[in-house]
Design a protein. Structure first.
Length: 258
């Protein structure tokens, strides 16, 4: 600052000591300098105009981009809501589909169980049917055998009856005998009368079972000693002579009656 003061002082010393109002100024003697303020002002104005235009355009672009961004955001939000709704619908459909699948699986299991039960019942019935058929076949075979045996036996009886008819008539008359059926196959009832002196019509009888090869007395009225009947039947099975057997049985029944 001292240097500046000294320069100012020296400059003041170099100035003329007396200056009048009419004396020409040093500024007037200086050369005129054109700094180009007008051009600079125009350039500044054009720059300002361009800058304002740029700012306006940028602001407009920013606004447009912001509006587009908001529109895009709104569209994205709408899409998101739609997707969320679709996801919810798909979840509901998936849950319903899963329930349907579970229900169908349960129904399928029930159907398989029912089919297995029906199959088991069918197999059991088929086995029962086969057993029944086998039993029926065996029964038919037995019946056929019995029918054949009865036919042979009946034929033999008929043949024997033709041979024994006179003898049988004799014994029926002589012993007051009547031969009846008992309602049971291969069983005959021999009924005697005139065994009670007080009541000639009173009857006694015995049933002879001829189903087996060896005959046997199935029932008797009145009651007779089983050992005596056994001896009579044993003789009959040995000699197959029916006349003496009937005579002996009448004697046993008469004795039991009296």
């Amino acid at each position: 600052m001292a240097t500046m003061f000294e320069l100012s002082a020296s400059t003041s010393a170099m100035r003329p000591s007396s200056l009048t109002a009419d004396a020409p100024s040093m500024a007037d003697s200086l050369p005129s300098i054109n700094f180009g303020f007008d051009d600079l002002r125009d350039r500044m104005a054009r720059f300002t105009e361009k800058f304002d235009t740029f700012i306006a355009k940028g602001r407009k672009q920013v606004l447009e981009e912001r509006n587009r961004f908001r529109i895009n955001v709104a569209e994205l939000q709408d899409d998101q809501r739609l997707k969320t709704r679709e996801i919810g619908n798909l979840a509901n459909r998936s849950a319903s589909h899963a329930q349907t699948i579970d229900k169908e699986a349960a129904e399928t299991a029930e159907m398989h169980a029912a089919i297995a039960s029906i199959t088991q019942q069918r197999d059991a019935r088929a086995q029962h049917r086969d057993r029944t058929r086998s039993e029926i076949a065996a029964i038919r075979k037995q019946v056929a055998q019995r029918v054949s045996a009865q036919q042979h036996y009946a034929k033999a009886i008929d043949e024997q009856a033709h041979l024994n008819a006179p003898e049988l008539d004799f014994w029926q008359t002589y012993l007051c005998l009547r031969i009846e059926g008992t309602g049971t196959v291969d069983r005959l009832r021999f009924v005697f009368t005139h065994v009670d002196e007080k009541d000639w019509e009173k009857e006694v009888y015995f049933d002879l079972d001829t189903e087996q090869k060896d005959y046997r007395v199935a029932s008797v009225k009145p009651k007779v000693d089983a050992e005596q009947i056994g001896r009579c039947v044993e003789r009959l099975n040995d000699n197959r002579d029916l006349g003496p057997f009937l005579k002996r049985m009448r004697e046993l029944l008469t004795a039991a009656m009296n």
